[in-house]
Ligand binder design. Structure first.
Ligand SMILES: C[S@@+](CC[C@H](N)C(=O)[O-])C[C@H]1O[C@@H](n2cnc3c(N)ncnc32)[C@H](O)[C@@H]1O
Length: 256
């Protein structure tokens, strides 16, 4: 492992607002802040919003700056990525930010039922070949429901036509109430709010390649058996099979 990565791991280890907990301890002792994030960490009763697969945590920090009366927790399995957002939150003196390094599948170990108000999922890998790893699959939605308040909102921001179509179908099939649905945010000026202007690391890369950015927000009722939509006829994102520098302007999902 590179020296830089080791340095980042050592730094987040020392940060009071970054939490990482080995699975063995989770199972034996439980996570001390589960059900107690409000008074045990944030010292207030403000709503808690989590960002899943936060990477460098641009949404976690960006939302925290804009909404001091809400609490934000960025969650990712990769510590070196979390380091960037965690450091930025310190530089900004933000008291309403925390980061959690874990696999999202373990969310119910870290939050009690209804403790989370809202979820952001920003530019997840669409996992076209591995639906069980897809962060908007019914399996993950069921996991989110274990911690999300009833009818809490899920916000998905993505470059992926495949993931957008799949999630739209899932929402429609299960009659989940849609809060917003914009297929190209940067060409829909009336919909481009200050919040949607927050730009993540991956988003910048996809924009540089000429891709359109999509936003879908829906609420998640507590009691409902969720069904997976058909996905065999959804076209795969061809651009993902190319290297980062591949110019996508000739692809059919580009912007002019
Ligand atoms: C494509 S990156 C996007 C990062 C960031 N949201 C952005 O837009 O720049 C997807 C992120 O999700 C994280 N991730 C994927 N599956 C995860 C899981 N099951 N649990 C925790 N993190 C996960 C990865 O580690 C990665 O940082």
């Amino acid at each position: 492992m590179g020296k830089n990565k080791l340095k980042k791991f050592a730094e987040i280890e020392q940060m009071d607002h970054v939490f990482q907990f080995p699975f063995a301890r989770l199972e034996s002792e439980g996570f001390p802040l589960k059900g107690n994030w409000h008074m045990g960490f944030f010292n207030n009763n403000n709503p808690i919003v989590i960002e899943i697969g936060c990477g460098r945590g641009e949404y976690t920090v960006g939302l925290a700056r804009r909404f001091p009366d809400r609490n934000f927790i960025g969650i990712d399995i990769k510590g070196a990525r979390i380091h960037a957002g965690a450091k930025q939150a310190l530089i900004d003196g933000l008291k309403n930010v925390a980061f959690l390094r874990t696999n999202v599948e373990l969310l119910p170990f870290f939050f009690s039922s209804g403790e989370v108000e809202e979820i952001w999922i920003t530019f997840p890998d669409p996992q076209m070949k591995k639906p069980r790893r897809r962060l908007t699959s019914t399996m993950f939605l069921d996991t989110y429901r274990k911690v999300l308040r009833p009818d809490g909102i899920i916000n998905l921001k993505t470059d992926s036509p495949f993931l957008y179509t799949y999630t739209e179908r899932l929402v429609r099939l299960n009659r989940l109430p849609v809060v917003a649905n914009i297929s190209d945010i940067y060409h829909t000026p009336e919909a481009l709010t200050d919040i949607l202007r927050i730009r993540t690391h991956y988003e910048s890369q996809w924009l540089d390649r000429g891709l359109t950015i999509k936003y879908l927000a829906f609420s998640l009722p507590q009691y409902l058996d969720l069904t997976e939509p058909e996905e065999d006829d959804i076209p795969l994102d061809t651009y993902r099979s190319y290297g980062r520098n591949y110019n996508t302007r000739n692809q059919n999902d580009t912007i002019s």
